[in-house]
Design a protein around this ligand. Structure first.
Ligand code: ATP
Length: 467
């Protein structure tokens, strides 16, 4: 802790507060993370005077050109200095009424300010005042909860969660991020108050959800969300993956638990949050495509197509970016079975070429996902799959080296077809262009300009087009 308190900015804050004849404390996540030895660059400062006035005084003392952003409506001010964000606010007391989401805020004491915090571990404060510099103020035994790895609300959990239901998501997020347990009393209160999540905006919910997705083992948070029955409130498609149906003694995998396994497998190999979203959504259409077919058993035919279609509506509802990130998720959901199909079939050059062509630069991610998708309780089966998977990988590399199909464009453009045969943009141009691409991918002709040009002339003749 000494190391943090020697931060020269804290000394300046202390001196500035003294000049303003007020008290000041560092509070919240930053203090928690000192004890957890986690790096944190968001420093919250609470004063018993005006946060704005103090911030301006500190900034002037630190550097004459430091810009302070002031949010008058919230009574807060912040600046960025030496890689950290410092936010200043006056201590406040919050009171909620059940008919409104927004609390009434009034000036309060340090105790009031600690009382309005979500968890005991987030309510710790350290004095920056001269006479008590460095003293910890821990009214709810937050330090002991850090030791015991417990998430617990400082006051009555029913009131805490009902006042601001986002705190239920935050409880799960902190548990997942820190590897803590939510105290059973606190957890029961989450279940009791779960419906209140409806008053929270989807943006705030997703902010927490994305933090859960970014943890090293996202299944921990997702299982808690499911257990608290929060998941079904904002992500019904995911909750619908749960359960196993049995007909004539034949069951299928529980898609929810399988999905979590795949997600963890991907998370162990990649920090790309959108690839993790692909894992989360790869089987999302299984419930809608599920059929029992005698004598084969369960089929989910076309779930990759329908799943890829569902991505847009899910992204829209969850206010996720509807841009190239979404298109990447759609594409990978659509392609997720392709390497597995190659395992089952005799691996032909043309199938490998097609996969390379369709996946383009995302081929490594497609392969990572497909590998992560191999989950089974049968170790021998998994081993065989992995071995065959390696063969597919080798083949991919061979074909890639030979044909360079990543980001490949067929050697003859639509423009050239139109010029050669004096055609206007038309169906025929598309037909010839597609035929050239198919012939190369199938391996019927060589991947070269000359071969493609000869093939174009033959194809055009077939269609009754001459030069
Ligand atoms: P992280 O930086 O990982 O998000 P954090 O605890 O610093 O963790 P912030 O959202 O920055 O999280 O919040 C800072 C502090 O503000 C928290 O430690 C907590 O004391 C308080 N806080 C934030 N959100 C709430 C809330 N919804 N209800 C009560 N207190 C909150």
């Amino acid at each position: 802790m000494q190391q943090f308190l020697q931060n020269p900015v804290f000394t300046v804050i202390s001196q500035s507060a003294e000049k303003l004849n007020t008290s000041v404390f560092v509070i919240g996540g930053f203090v928690r993370d000192i004890f957890l030895k986690r790096p944190n660059t968001d420093i919250d400062i609470v004063t018993l005077g005006s946060g704005i006035e103090l911030a301006e005084k500190v900034a002037r003392a630190l550097s004459p050109n430091l810009t302070v952003s002031v949010f008058k409506n919230f009574g807060t001010a912040m600046f960025h200095y030496n890689g950290c964000d410092y936010e200043f606010v006056g201590a406040r007391k919050e009171s909620y009424v059940s008919t409104s989401r927004k609390p009434t805020v009034e000036t309060g004491t340090l105790e009031d300010d600690q009382n309005r915090r979500d968890f005991t571990i987030n309510a710790l404060a350290i004095s920056l005042n001269k006479e008590s510099y460095g003293q910890l103020i821990d009214p709810f035994n937050g330090c002991a909860d850090i030791e015991r790895k417990i998430i617990r609300t400082p006051l009555n959990p029913d009131i805490t969660f009902s006042d601001d239901p986002l705190r239920m998501m935050r409880a799960v997020r902190f548990a997942a991020q820190l590897g803590f347990t939510i105290l059973p009393e606190t957890f029961k209160a989450i279940i009791r108050n779960r419906q209140r999540l409806e008053i929270v905006s989807i943006e705030r919910i997703l902010d927490e959800f994305q933090k859960i997705m970014a943890t090293p083992k996202p299944s921990t948070g997702l299982l808690l969300l499911d257990k608290a029955r929060l998941l079904e409130l904002f992500f019904p498609e995911l909750a619908a993956l749960k359960g196993v149906e049995v007909i004539n003694g034949k069951g299928h995998k529980d898609v929810f638990y399988h999905t979590l396994e795949v997600l963890d497998n991907v998370a162990a190999k990649s920090d790309n949050v959108w690839l993790r979203w692909v894992a989360l959504l790869h089987d999302i259409a299984k419930p809608r495509t599920k059929k029992f077919i005698e004598p084969i058993g369960w089929s989910f035919h076309g779930h990759e197509y329908l799943g890829s279609k569902m991505v847009a509506s899910i992204f829209k509802r969850l206010r996720l970016p509807m841009n190239e990130k979404m298109r990447y998720v759609q594409k990978l959901v659509l392609l997720h079975l392709r390497p597995i199909v190659l395992i089952d079939d005799e691996v032909t050059d043309s199938a490998v070429r097609r996969l390379l062509f369709d996946a383009g630069d995302d081929i490594d991610d497609v392969m990572l996902l497909a590998h992560a998708d191999i989950t089974s309780k049968n170790e021998v089966k998994v081993q065989t799959f992995h071995k065959n998977f390696e063969r597919v990988k080798e083949k991919l590399q061979e074909v890639e080296e030979k044909d360079a199909l990543r980001n490949w464009q067929p050697p003859i453009s639509g423009e050239e077809i139109m010029q050669t045969f004096n055609l206007q943009p038309s169906r025929e141009v598309g037909l010839i262009k597609d035929a050239i691409r198919e012939a190369i991918l199938e391996g019927d002709i060589e991947n070269s300009y000359e071969a493609a040009r000869d093939f174009m002339i033959v194809k055009a003749q077939e269609l009754g087009i001459t030069k």
